[in-house]
Design a protein. Structure first.
Length: 252
């Protein structure tokens, strides 16, 4: 029996786990696979091995691992494959295959445009937009965020946009944020984050502190369960399931 294991990042924040589960329930309803389970890479339970164990106990002999990640970096290339290797040593007779992250897609940038439209301010020449990525040492991360910024500039008709990061890469958000507050009359922070969590909380705190000091600053919502996000992951799951079928035919 074929099964899908959704591997979300995980967070210490309860709401983040709840949002991820809600989102993945939406995805599961649109995927034609009877057996599936949700697990987390870190900071929340169940973990990957527990998720695989539960699927095997329910009769799965082919498991497709779906990384619930925006971009391909350390978690995608190292952490999840490491867990898969552990599982393969425990369950040598189980076929375990791997899907792709969402990657850069224009329809995800459209979500950012919608998040900007939700804000109670105009996108005029006085505004500086800070696109905030999580950050990673993988070389593709900066290229991807800069590509997203370029598309967002065009689609959102933004005159001034800068990229910054919460970890690993420069410029870091605190530095870019302070510079923007000093040089622009309005700052709009746009997080490239899927769900809430401690990172989003830190952005909220920075924006609130700036507002208390009299700055005109706004924080857009994270991507969450926008229909484009749901469809993007549904497509990745279907691609992974189709790939698994083709590989099985080749082996036979």
């Amino acid at each position: 029996m074929e099964a899908v294991l959704y591997v979300s990042h995980g967070s210490r924040k309860k709401q983040a786990k709840e949002e991820a589960i809600h989102f993945l329930n939406l995805v599961q309803r649109q995927v034609n696979c009877e057996l599936s389970h949700i697990c987390f890479l870190e900071l929340a339970d169940p973990d990957v091995l527990e998720g695989i164990r539960k699927l095997v106990e329910k009769g799965a002999d082919r498991i497709v691992i779906i990384p619930v990640l925006l971009l391909s970096a350390g978690h995608y290339f190292k952490d999840i494959p490491h867990e898969m290797e552990k599982a393969e040593s425990i369950y040598p007779d189980i076929s375990i295959t791997y899907g792709q992250t969402l990657g850069v897609q224009e329809r995800i940038t459209d979500v950012l445009v919608d998040r900007l439209k939700e804000l109670p301010t105009e996108m005029d020449e006085s505004a500086n937009v800070l696109l905030v990525g999580r950050g990673s040492r993988h070389p593709d991360t900066k290229t991807s965020i800069e590509w997203i910024a370029g598309v967002l500039r065009e689609k959102g008709r933004i005159q001034q946009i800068q990229t910054c990061y919460l970890a690993a890469l420069s410029p870091r958000f605190p530095d870019a944020f302070e510079e923007s507050l000093s040089n622009y009359s309005k700052t709009i922070v746009v997080p490239y984050l899927w769900f809430t969590g401690l990172l989003y909380d830190s952005l909220e705190k920075s924006v609130a502190n700036a507002k208390e000091k009299g700055h005109h600053v706004y924080l857009a919502s994270y991507l969450n369960d926008h229909p484009n996000m749901v469809q993007s992951l549904v497509d990745r799951v279907n691609q992974a399931l189709s790939k698994g079928v083709e590989e099985e035919r080749i082996v036979k």
